[in-house]
Design a protein around this ligand. Structure first.
Ligand code: DGL
Length: 268
């Protein structure tokens, strides 16, 4: 069967495993879409890298996906979206969607007291990407940001449900709790997996904005608007990575709750 533009896959990239939280939401909200995921496991983490490196990696990751004839690219990594989204949008003529704006928009919609918290990697916090996006949607909001670099290795170690996760969150979020925010953006791919812990620490009254969930909604809107939605049927999924396929397979099972096949791409 000839592949029409509508039937082309959606490309998703991340620095490693974390973007699977976005994939999971895309599978749930858009079950008919084919997905090609690229995780740059050879160079993860991005959250501690410089702007220049993050932009270069993001361009290379997009090229990997374009070779798969994707109809759209979702920049699932918050650190990449923070620094490289505009570069990618200017460079390529297919829709490129990042995780920052959808999460920022949702936070401004749910916050009643106009005090919004952002937790993310150091790269994302230092880029002020969420601050700029939140101010774009509502300039009267007061923003409180906190980098939580140890959350990523914690989740990857599979310790999101251990006591140490609560202790770490208590420590990182001391100031956040005092700030009186009523919405907290989970501005990193891994943080949706810490939702229960964060809820416990921040209390039930604070709305946790899951940027993975929000970006999937945005993808749906853009596909409809551009006439790019896939025809009916069950989507097919491919997972490409740049290093350690077996390790990825084990972690992916945890993220997605199902086994997957992984392909190694190391010809960049
Ligand atoms: N994917 C990254 C992000 O959302 C987290 C992991 C990393 O630092 O590469 O910022």
């Amino acid at each position: 069967m000839e592949r029409t533009k509508q039937n082309a896959p959606i490309g998703v990239f991340d620095s490693g495993f974390g973007g699977l939280t976005v994939v999971k939401e895309l599978m749930r909200q858009l079950p008919g879409e084919d997905l090609v995921y690229f995780g740059d496991t050879a160079r993860v983490p991005y959250g501690t890298k410089s702007k220049e490196s993050i932009i270069r990696f993001s361009v290379e990751n997009t090229e990997v996906l374009l070779k798969q004839n994707v109809k759209m690219v979702v920049v699932a990594c918050n650190s990449s979206a923070s620094y490289a989204l505009e570069v990618l949008k200017n460079k390529y003529d297919i829709p490129i969607i990042g995780v920052i704006d959808p999460g920022a928009k949702k936070a401004t919609q749910v916050s009643r007291n106009k005090r919004i918290g952002v937790i993310a990697t150091s790269a994302t916090v230092n880029s002020y990407s969420y601050d700029k996006a939140i101010k774009y949607f509502d300039s009267s909001v007061k923003i409180f940001s906190q980098a939580c670099p140890l959350f990523v290795p914690l989740v990857e170690e599979g310790w999101a449900h251990k006591r140490i996760a609560v202790d770490l969150a208590e420590e990182y979020l001391k100031g956040m709790k005092k700030s009186g925010v009523d919405a907290l953006i989970l501005g990193c791919t891994h943080y949706p997996l810490l939702k229960n812990v964060l809820k416990k620490v921040m209390g039930k009254k604070v709305y946790l904005v899951d940027s993975a969930k929000e970006v999937a909604g945005e993808v749906k809107n853009v596909l409809l608007k551009e006439g790019l939605s896939a025809k009916q049927g069950q989507g097919k999924y491919r997972f490409l990575i740049s290093d350690r396929p077996q390790h990825f397979q084990i972690i992916a099972r945890k993220f997605l709750g199902r086994p997957i096949q992984v392909e190694l791409v190391n010809d960049r």
